[in-house]
Design a protein around this ligand. Structure first.
Ligand code: NAD
Length: 487
C-alpha cells in the first residue's frame, strides 16, 4: 500500500540501496515500510539492507578511498558546491519530502533544507583551506613538516529528526576531507537521504564515494562494519545509550568516534531579561521541530519574581499553536515521530503532575489520527520529576523557579548532559560570566537558536565528543602526519 497525502513527494526518490554508484535492492530482496507520522499510513517501502549489503557498501567505499583522496581539493570543493546548488534548486521538493516522512511543518522543513545546504557550501569552502605547517625544531637542528590526510572510509549514522541536515553535516565534511562514506540513515526517515544521494551523484560525486544503506536492523548491519578494520571513523548523531555502545564497538579497531548525542538544555531567564524576547526565544528553542531536537530547551529555569508572567506569556503562545499535517498550510505543529513517543510524553506529564507540577496548557494527546501531542506548559516542576532529568523530545515546557543565580547555575549543571544552554539577561557582562560557568558545549545568549554551519556544534559530558561544522568540523575526518627533516 502506498499513499496518500501527496503522492508526488515520492517522485524521483530512489527506494533502493546505493552501493558503488549503482542503485540495487537488498540482496535478500526484503523491504521495510516508511510511515507518514501525521496519518500513520505507509508512505513507501524501501530496500532493507542485511549485513552482507553493508559489507558490499564498505567494499565500495574502501575501493574508492585512494582515488577520492587523490582528487584535487579544488575539484572536491566544486562537486560540493554543485551539490549545494542542486539542493537549493530542489528546495521545495526536499522540504515536502521531509515534512511527509518526518512530520515537521513544511515551513520548518524549508529551514532545515537551508541549514542543511549550508554545510555543503561551508565545506566546499573549507575543502581548499585545510593544510599543514612548517616549523623549526627548538634546537635548530631539524625542521618539522605537518600535513593532514583523510582518515579513510567513514561510517555515518544519522537520526530521524533532521533527515537532510544531519546527513549533509557529516557527508560534506567527510568529502571535503577526502574520505569516502557509508551512510546509514534512520529507518523512520530514510527517503530524504536517498533523494540527497541521488543529487550527490548528479553533482558529480564518483561511484563508491557515497554509499547509502537503509535497514530496519541497524545493530546487525553496523557492528560488523565497525569491527572490520577498514572503517576508520564512525560519526554518529543519536541517543546517548546508542552512542555509548558505538564508542565501545570502536575500541577493538581503534576507530575514531564522533558522537553528537542527547541533551537536557536549561533555558535560564533572569529577572533583568527582556521578557518578551525571552518568550520569543523560548518558542524557538522549545518548538523548533516540535521539540524533537537535541538542542531543544528541556528545563525552563525562571527567576521567581518574573516566573508567573513568563508562564502566562509562554502558555498563551503555546496554547494558540495550530496542529496539523506538515504539508497543510497553516500548520505550526506537526505530529511526533511515532506512537511510542506520544505515549512517553503522556507518561512524562503524568509523572510531573504526580510530583506536584500543574498543567497550564495542553498536557495530553489530542483526539485525532496521527501521533500528535498538545503543546504543553507545566509549572512548579521539581528536579526529581522525570521531565527534569530526561530528554523530553516533544512539545512540553516544564518551568522551575529559582531565587539566587547560583542556584540556577547549579540546577542547570545538575545533569549528565552538556550540549547547549540558553541564557536570557539584560546585563551582557553578567551573561558572559555566567556562560563560562555553564557545563555545556554551546551557549545561546539572548537567542533561541545556536545551529550554524560556520560554528563548532557539539557537546561535552554525555552529550558527546567531536564537533561538526565550523573550522573544527573537518578536523575529525583528518589524520596528521609529521615529517622530520634535517636542515
Ligand atoms: P537513536 O540513537 O535511536 O538512533 C540514531 C541512529 O542510530 C538511527 O539511524 C538508528 O537506526 C541507529 N542505531 C540505533 N541503534 C544502533 C546500533 N546498535 N548500532 C548502529 N546504529 C544504531 O536516536 P534517534 O531516536 O534516531 O534520535 C534521537 C536522538 O538523537 C536524541 O537523543 C537526540 O538528542 C539525538 N540527536 C543529537 C543531535 C546532536 O547533534 N547532538 C542531533 C540530533 C539528534
Amino acid at each position: 500500500m502506498t499513499v496518500v497525502h501527496a503522492p508526488d513527494v515520492l517522485e524521483g526518490v530512489p527506494l533502493e540501496l546505493l552501493v558503488g554508484g549503482a542503485w540495487r535492492p537488498s540482496a535478500s530482496g526484503q523491504t521495510f515500510d516508511v510511515h507518514d507520522p501525521a496519518t500513520g499510513e505507509v508512505l513507501a517501502s524501501i530496500a532493507d539492507a542485511m549485513p552482507g549489503d553493508g559489507m558490499a557498501a564498505l567494499d565500495a567505499a574502501a575501493a574508492a578511498q585512494s582515488g577520492w583522496a587523490a582528487v584535487p581539493a579544488r575539484e572536491r570543493s566544486e562537486i560540493l558546491r554543485r551539490a549545494f546548488d542542486l539542493v537549493v534548486v530542489n528546495r521545495e521538493r526536499i522540504a515536502r519530502l521531509i515534512a511527509s516522512e518526518m512530520g515537521k511543518p513544511v515551513a520548518e522543513a524549508y529551514g532545515e533544507v537551508d541549514y542543511g545546504a549550508e554545510f555543503l557550501r561551508w565545506f566546499a569552502e573549507e575543502a581548499v583551506r585545510h593544510s599543514g605547517d612548517y616549523r623549526r625544531s627548538p634546537d635548530g637542528a631539524s625542521r618539522i613538516l605537518v600535513s593532514r590526510r583523510p582518515i579513510g572510509p567513514c561510517l555515518l549514522i544519522t537520526p530521524w529528526n533532521f533527515p537532510l541536515a544531519m546527513a549533509t553535516r557529516k557527508i560534506a565534511a567527510a568529502l571535503a576531507a577526502g574520505c569516502t562514506v557509508v551512510l546509514k540513515p534512520a529507518p523512520e526517515t530514510p527517503l530524504t537521504s536517498l533523494l540527497f544521494a541521488r543529487l550527490l551523484q548528479e553533482a558529480g560525486v564518483p561511484d563508491g564515494v557515497v554509499n547509502v544503506v537503509t535497514t530496519s536492523d541497524a545493530p546487525a548491519l553496523c557492528a560488523p562494519l565497525i569491527a572490520d578494520g577498514r572503517i576508520r571513523k564512525v560519526s554518529f548523531t543519536g541517543s546517548t545509550p546508542v552512542g555509548r555502545l558505538l564508542v565501545a564497538q570502536c575500541g577493538p579497531q581503534l576507530v575514531r568516534p564522533s558522537m553528537e548525542l542527547g541533551g537536557n538544555a536549561p533555558f535560564i531567564v533572569l529577572a533583568d531579561a527582556d521578557l518578551d524576547a525571552a518568550v520569543e526565544g523560548a518558542m524557538i528553542a522549545k518548538m523548533r521541530n516540535m521539540g524533537e531536537a537535541c538542542t531543544a530547551a528541556n528545563r525552563f529555569l525562571v527567576e521567581a519574581s518574573v516566573a508567573d508572567e513568563f508562564a502566562r506569556l509562554l502558555g498563551e503562545r503555546m496554547g494558540r499553536l495550530r496542529l496539523g499535517h506538515g504539508l497543510d498550510a497553516g500548520t505550526e505543529v506537526g505530529p511526533l515521530i511515532d506512537e511510542a513517543a506520544q505515549d512517553r510524553l503522556g507518561e512524562l506529564v503524568a509523572d510531573a503532575v504526580a510530583h506536584g507540577a500543574s498543567v497550564r496548557v495542553g498536557g495530553a494527546a489530542p483526539e485525532r489520527a496521527g501521533w500528535f501531542f498538545a503543546p504543553t506548559v507545566l509549572e512548579n516542576v521539581p528536579a526529581e520529576a522525570r521531565v527534569s532529568r530526561e530528554e523530553i523530545f516533544g512539545p512540553v515546557a516544564p518551568i522551575t523557579t529559582f531565587t539566587e543565580v547560583d542556584e540556577a547555575i547549579r540546577i542547570a549543571n545538575d545533569t549528565e548532559f552538556g550540549l547547549v544552554a540558553y541564557l536570557y539577561t539584560g546585563d551582557p557582562a553578567r551573561a558572559l560570566r555566567l556562560a563560562e560557568r555553564l557545563e555545556t558545549g554551546m551557549v545561546a545568549l539572548n537567542r533561541g537558536l545556536v545551529s550554524n554551519a560556520a560554528a563548532p556544534f557539539g557537546g561535552i559530558k554525555h552529550s558527546g565528543m567531536g564537533r561538526e561544522g565550523g573550522r573544527e568540523g573537518i578536523e575529525d575526518y583528518l589524520d596528521i602526519t609529521y615529517v622530520a627533516v634535517d636542515a
